[in-house]
Design a protein around this ligand. Structure first.
Ligand code: 26A
Length: 346
């Protein structure tokens, strides 16, 4: 069987609940952020279980993107890799992926729980606190198993959640190398500000393989800061240019950097290696009446899903961005990083 798109990330179950700002303050959490749980955050998981209105939804940023891309693409288009435990949480993730027709090839770890993310919503903000648990144990050799590597060899597009840089940079680089050597498309999401801040080295080691960066304005600013770029941290075009022109392993593809900025226009910068020119474009987002916005958790993942699905369909850059914005607008009308059923079509 050949699936055009392979995705890699941290499979998590989201424990999504509405909270007051005081609750975030109690745990030193920002209203809009995604972090790895420290010791002091662990009581959160017990507390949210007790909260009224708690929803358990399949999460994990790249897994959300993989589900979303499969939602848009024809059957049997997307495979997702990551690692889980042997528990009901993993069953829930498998069920959700099955509903979307996403092929899931988990590495299953004994005696460690499936990862979870407390998605603390203070509308329109969301603070994500993740206990990776089994998701932290993914190993590159899972990809190298013959039954999995054949899926990699048969794929033509790769999408990697930057969050996975905290887990297996080796797996990311293995896929990146394969993509570069075979002129296949390789996309990476920066995922969260803490990745550029605290996982700078593995990020920098992966970037030569990256043809498409898909990210947002706060991650752009974190990148500029951790790399001491001589630019205004709010100047996403300037930051995108710096990243677009970094060295590439595969010189047959130019690098394109896409930065979403919430309801502000999406900025897209491509560096043309032969002319050494930049192509800079901006795309307005789809307007959605504020009363239609239910929940923005997963909006960025949904955008990435539509965008990568557009690339898999060999659409123009402008069309791929529009599919991304359409997918994001669908997802923010649902609770959690999900899409509506019956299926809508673009
Ligand atoms: C390593 N960390 C912190 C994470 C995540 C994560 N996915 C992978 N690794 N922290 C939060 N998420 C996911 O982001 C989605 C929203 O964009 C959440 O599970 C949520 O579904």
């Amino acid at each position: 069987m050949s699936y055009p798109l392979v995705c890699l990330g941290n499979p998590l179950l989201d424990l999504q609940v509405d909270v007051e700002p005081e609750y975030l303050a109690k745990y030193d959490l920002k209203a809009d952020d995604a972090i790895l749980a420290e010791e002091k955050h662990l009581p959160i998981y017990k507390e949210v279980i007790e909260k009224p209105g708690l929803k358990l939804v399949a999460g994990g940023a790249a897994q959300n993107t993989a589900r979303g891309a499969q939602y848009i693409l024809p059957e049997n288009s997307v495979v997702y890799f990551g690692s889980v435990g042997k528990d009901v949480y993993a069953e829930k993730l498998n069920e959700a992926n099955k509903q979307y027709g996403l092929r899931t090839e988990y590495q299953v770890v004994d005696d460690v729980a499936t990862g979870k993310c407390a998605a603390l919503i203070n509308h329109p903000h969301r603070s994500l606190v993740t206990d990776l648990a089994a998701a932290n144990l993914f190993k590159a050799d899972h990809l190298e198993k013959p039954e999995n590597w054949i899926l990699v060899e048969n794929a033509k597009y790769f999408y990697i959640g930057g969050f996975h840089l905290t887990v297996s940079p080796e797996a990311i680089q293995k896929l990146g190398k394969h993509a570069a050597e075979n002129n296949k498309l390789f996309a990476l999401n920066f995922s969260a500000p803490f990745i550029a801040q605290f996982f700078k080295d593995p990020l920098d080691a992966s970037l030569p393989y990256v043809d498409y960066v898909v990210s947002n304005e706060s991650e752009a600013a974190a990148y500029a800061e951790s790399h001491n770029l001589d630019v205004d941290q709010k100047d996403v075009v300037a930051i995108a240019k710096e990243i677009a022109k970094l060295p590439k392993a595969n010189s047959k593809r130019n690098r394109t950097v896409v930065f979403t900025q919430g309801t502000e226009p999406t900025v897209v910068v491509t560096y043309n290696q032969s002319t050494q020119d930049f192509d800079v474009q901006e795309f307005k987002v789809r307007e959605l009446a504020s009363e239609k916005v239910v929940d923005t958790n997963g909006a960025g993942d949904a955008f990435a899903a539509g965008f990568i699905a557009g690339l898999v369909q060999e659409k123009s850059l402008a069309d791929a961005i529009d599919i991304g914005q359409w997918a994001a607008s669908l997802s923010i009308q649902e609770v959690g990083p999900t899409f509506p059923f019956p299926k809508q079509t673009y």
